[in-house]
Ligand binder design. Structure first.
Ligand code: HXC
Ligand code: NAP
Length: 265
């Protein structure tokens, strides 16, 4: 449906889960796809899988908290393939822990990966983006606007990510760069879901708390990414788009029923 032939797509955190689903969708739509995360051997396996889909693909390892490693990895991709048409920033960390029980370093580690790491990715990609025309997408979470038990670190970090989206949409709009957030709901078969819904009962509770009565699929998020980066969305910027079956509208009660089971039982 969408044609991204020869466009350069870079995905932070692209070796697994939702971000990998996004990488596969762009690869299938003809793009050249670069992925990076911390683990080189896992990045290599993902690159191979993308190549098997018929795409040009490459990758590198970098921790998004390491500003210099991110910069040099991104510069190498641009030297090889040219300016980036699409940048997806989706590297993140999460674990359920009540604020009173977690250390300062635990809180900091998630804020450093999700928020400061996103800044590093966006900041170093900025000079390498195709201007005009680039699409930048931050992967957020419902915790950005729905308070959730055991998720104070993620709530704070992802709220920051969405304000980064809005700020950069303002700052970079004049150069023809669009910046949006996508907010996935609970997505099946992902690390994020496994960490919050640790057994079948909790998975079912989560499913029931979604107004559309199903868990999301990585493809649901990839579809939104392709649309937002396509010619059909060239006037959309600064948007925080939930793709969550209306899960966030179910409010704290739906989400927190699940977390209550995890953290206070
Ligand atoms: C309390 C914990 C903890 C836990 C780690 N810590 N796990 N505290 N409960 N379960 C503490 C550690 O004790 C340490 O504090 C600090 O956090 C840093 O831990 P490290 O293991 O040294 O950090 P690091 O190796 O950098 O790993 C980062 C991580 C890890 C976030 C802790 O889990 C990770 O790498 N995650 C990446 C994959 C991931 O989380 N994917 C899911 C994304 S889903 P001290 O004080 O001991 O030094 C998502 C949203 C999902 O983001 C939304 C679903 C709806
Ligand atoms: P995931 O598979 O664990 O994805 C996270 C990715 O980020 C991994 O590829 C991981 O690879 C990479 N990463 C983690 N820490 C990193 C770091 N410090 N530096 C570089 N890369 C790092 O989890 P997921 O559930 O699919 O989540 C993907 C995105 O969707 C995240 O932004 C998450 O917040 C968001 N989200 C998920 C859900 C859900 O239901 N799963 C819901 C809402 C939002 P390495 O470990 O190899 O580094």
């Amino acid at each position: 449906m969408f044609d991204f032939t020869e466009q350069v797509v870079v995905i932070a955190g692209g070796r697994s889960g939702i971000n990998r689903g996004i990488a596969e969708a762009f690869a299938t739509a003809g793009a050249r796809v670069a992925v990076f995360s911390r683990d080189q051997s896992k990045v290599d396996a993902t690159v191979k899988a993308l190549q098997e889909l018929g795409a040009k693909a490459c990758g590198f390892s970098a921790d998004v908290r390491d500003s210099e490693a991110v910069q040099s990895g991104l510069q190498n991709i641009a030297a090889q393939w040219g300016a980036f048409d699409v940048l997806v920033s989706g590297a993140a960390g999460n674990f359920p822990a009540l604020a009173g029980d977690m250390s300062s370093n635990a809180f900091k580690s998630v804020v450093d990966i999700d928020l400061n790491g996103s800044f590093n990715v966006l900041h170093h990609a900025y000079p390498l983006l195709n201007k005009p025309g680039a699409s930048v997408i931050n992967i957020s979470a419902p915790q950005a606007f729905v308070a959730m038990l055991g998720q104070s670190h993620v709530c704070a970090a992802k709220a920051g990510v969405d304000m980064l989206t809005r700020s950069l949409a303002l700052e970079w709009g004049g150069e023809g760069i669009r910046v949006n957030s996508i907010v996935p709901g609970p997505i099946e078969n992902t690390e994020g879901m496994k960490r919050l819904a640790t057994n079948e009962k909790m998975k079912e509770l989560t499913r029931q708390s979604v107004p559309l009565k199903r868990l999301g699929r990585a493809q649901d998020i990839a579809n939104a990414c392709l649309f937002l980066s396509s010619e059909w969305a060239t006037y959309i910027s600064g948007v925080v788009l939930p793709v969550d079956g209306a899960w966030s509208l179910a409010g704290a009660s739906g989400l927190n029923a699940v977390m209550e089971t995890t953290l206070r039982s």
